[in-house]
Design a binder for this molecule. Structure first.
Ligand code: ADP
Length: 632
């Protein structure tokens, strides 16, 4: 060791065996500049007092020397053999600082290697290391006193060595009351294990460790949430401990818990709603569906995610749904639209549920970014409403029918009394005439014929009324039997002679035609058709009854050459109590005859139809089962 005063070993790693440095180097020791002398190739170096003050620990100084040695300034100086400078960043015990470094090469002497001398501003009062330390500690303490965080220094056993003023102010522990105590005594029992692990980790590595959250006991016994950062400064001689910064986060935690609570409440609210909430993106794809959707669509809620909103919609409702969604998506934020639609319970099931849907545009709202659709299943309500409507309609129809019947009854009573009175007056009048003495036989005969005709007419009317009321009451039963068609017609024509007297009635019915009918019912049918044929045609015009067998039926045509029936009346003449406008001029009637005739025919398994030409006559056709056919 040639010049021990000058070449001091500054670290264990970098023991500087520079045996033969120029004497001038000794002058560097007390420069107010930081100065280092580097043997770049040997990887060793020396630092003056100012440089050592920047990095008081051996590890720190090694780091600093390495940084300078690898700087561009040193490389340049070596390469060029001339002075060079560069700005470098240095880690010091005050933190990282930027410095401009000047480097100058020192050529090798006969007995020493080539060296580089690098200098840079220290900006530290380095007159004596002791003074510098005391000042920096003073500054540090002032700083610590004014922070809002609790700062405490622990030794490697976790004992409290130092706490700042804020610690006392915040926790309520006075002054040095906690010094010397174990820090873990203040930590919540449930958090101690985590804290211990973090402490062991922090011990293992210099510098700051990741923060952890703990509960800390204050002087009044209350627990407070704190965010803790441990900075291992055991290798910093002036600290020689673990600096623990505790930041109170009780309010933040409470707020977080509140938010979490509210979010949870909101979620459970949404999930337990009977209404279904569905969120769609701008392309109308499902991004969220609340669990209640399972009540509508027979699949787990997640299975709807990413699918088109139109998937399960009834084809008939699709245009309205597309229209509603495109409208609401294009409308201003917050606007809404309502639409009724059907959704299929599962694809192809054909089971549809009625949904009342409301869509709200929340696309611009960043917390939603979608169209929020509320679906309400109204299937049951709709069914109930439909049922109610149907019941109401049935009720209304029934009361309308009743009103109509009432009206018919009034009209009927008026007609019947009027229509009966007329032939009655005729009968009374001719009876009076007959009482006159010395009446000419011809006139008497005429009077008797007129009385007979009116009586026959009245009997027909009364029989029709009886038949009609029996049919209305549903009391008519028919007992069909085989009847010779021509006998049926000729008997009827004979009985109705007084009414048919003014007409030429021809009967063209083959003798072999046998039909199956109830004698009373079929007699009533034939009587009605014959009297109508006479009533609605002029005196002297012919009436023809034709018979034939067609496809196992007996067909009887009743043909007249009378007034005929307008096409628009044809459907109505078989209705109960219907009389064509203008029928009154042609003859008396009550409007029950044809209705009764058709109902009788149908009861016997037959049909009654009509063809007519207004002004030239009508053909009424009765079709009844043929006895020959049925006996075959
Ligand atoms: P009414 O007692 O009036 O004759 P019907 O039920 O027998 O009642 O006939 C209903 C209506 O049909 C008649 O009012 C008449 O207008 C029309 N009608 C029935 N038969 C004939 C016919 N042979 N020619 C023209 N009109 C007829």
């Amino acid at each position: 060791m040639g010049k021990p005063g000058i070449v001091e070993p500054v670290s264990d790693v970098l023991a500087w065996p520079i045996e033969d440095v120029p004497d001038a180097v000794g002058a560097l020791e007390f420069l107010p500049l930081a100065a280092v002398v580097l043997d770049v190739h040997a990887g060793s170096g020396w630092a003056n007092a100012a440089a050592r003050a920047l990095a008081p620990t051996p590890e720190g100084l090694t780091r600093l020397l390495r940084t300078v040695a690898s700087s561009a300034a040193v490389a340049d100086a070596e390469a060029k053999g001339a002075g060079a400078s560069a700005v470098i960043r240095l880690a010091t015990h005050r933190g990282v600082v930027e410095r401009e470094v000047w480097a100058a090469p020192m050529p090798a002497g006969p007995d020493r290697p080539a060296l580089v001398v690098a200098t840079f501003p220290a900006d530290l009062d380095v007159r004596t290391a002791g003074t510098a330390d005391e000042e920096s500690v003073g500054r540090l303490e002032a700083m610590l006193a004014h922070t809002v965080d609790i700062i405490t220094v622990l030794d490697r056993d976790g004992k409290i060595v130092f706490s700042n003023a804020a610690a006392g102010a915040l926790t309520g522990f006075t002054g040095d009351g906690v010094s010397g105590q174990a820090a873990f005594d203040f930590i919540h029992p449930d958090d101690v294990e985590r804290a211990a692990t973090a402490f062991v980790d922090a011990l293992a590595q210099p510098g700051p460790s990741p923060s952890i959250e703990l509960r800390l006991r204050f002087a009044d016994g209350t627990w407070h949430d704190v965010d803790v950062v441990v900075n291992n400064l055991l290798d910093v001689a002036t600290v020689d401990g673990l600096v623990v910064t505790l930041h109170e986060i009780t309010d933040r935690k409470a707020a977080e818990r509140l938010v979490a609570d509210n979010a949870e409440k909101l979620r459970s609210l949404v999930e337990n709603l009977t209404d279904v909430i569905v969120v769609l993106d701008g392309e109308f794809q499902v991004t969220y569906a609340s669990p209640a959707i399972a009540k509508i669509i027979d699949a787990p809620p997640e299975s709807n995610l990413g699918r088109s909103a139109f998937n399960d919609v009834h084809p008939e409702d699709l245009p309205a749904v597309i229209d509603a969604l495109t409208t609401v998506a294009a409308a201003a934020a917050g606007s809404s639209v309502r639409v009724d639609l059907r959704l299929e319970e599962s694809p192809g099931s054909g089971r549809w549920r009625w949904i009342d849907a409301t869509a709200v545009n929340r696309l611009a709202d960043t917390s939603v970014s979608g169209i929020v659709v509320t679906l309400r299943d109204v299937t049951e309500q709709r069914a109930a409403a439909d049922e109610l409507r149907a019941a109401y309609e049935r009720e209304r129809d029934a009361s309308e029918r009743l009103r109509e019947l009432d009206r018919l009854k009034d009209a009927f009573l008026a007609t019947v009394s009027h229509e009966l009175r007329t032939p009655l007056s005729v009968i009374v009048g001719f009876s009076d005439l007959l009482e006159r003495p010395n009446l000419e036989p011809a006139i008497a005969g005429e009077a008797v014929a007129r009385i007979r005709a009116c009586a026959a007419e009245m009997r027909g009317m009364v029989e029709n009324l009886l038949a009609f009321s029996a049919l209305e009451a549903g009391k008519v039963t028919v007992r069909p039997e085989a009847m010779v068609a021509v006998d049926l017609i000729t008997t009827a024509v004979a009985r109705l002679r007084p009414l048919l007297a003014e007409h030429d009635v021809a009967v063209d019915v083959p003798a072999g035609l046998v039909l199956v009918a109830d004698p009373d019912a079929v007699e009533a049918v034939v009587r009605n058709l014959l009297t109508n044929a006479a009533k609605y045609s002029e005196a002297g015009s012919p009436i023809l009854v034709r018979g034939r067998e067609v496809d196992a039926t007996v067909v009887l045509d009743f043909e007249d050459h009378g007034v005929g029936i307008d096409a628009d009346q044809l459907d109505h003449i078989f209705e109960r109590l219907y009389r064509a406008p203008g029928a009154a001029f042609a003859g008396r009637g009550t409007g029950v005859g044809l209705n009764a005739a058709r109902r009788y025919t149908e009861l016997m398994g037959g049909r009654l139809t009509v063809e007519s030409m207004p002004g030239s006559g009508s053909v009424f056709t009765v079709t009844l089962p043929s006895a020959v056919a049925s006996s075959r």
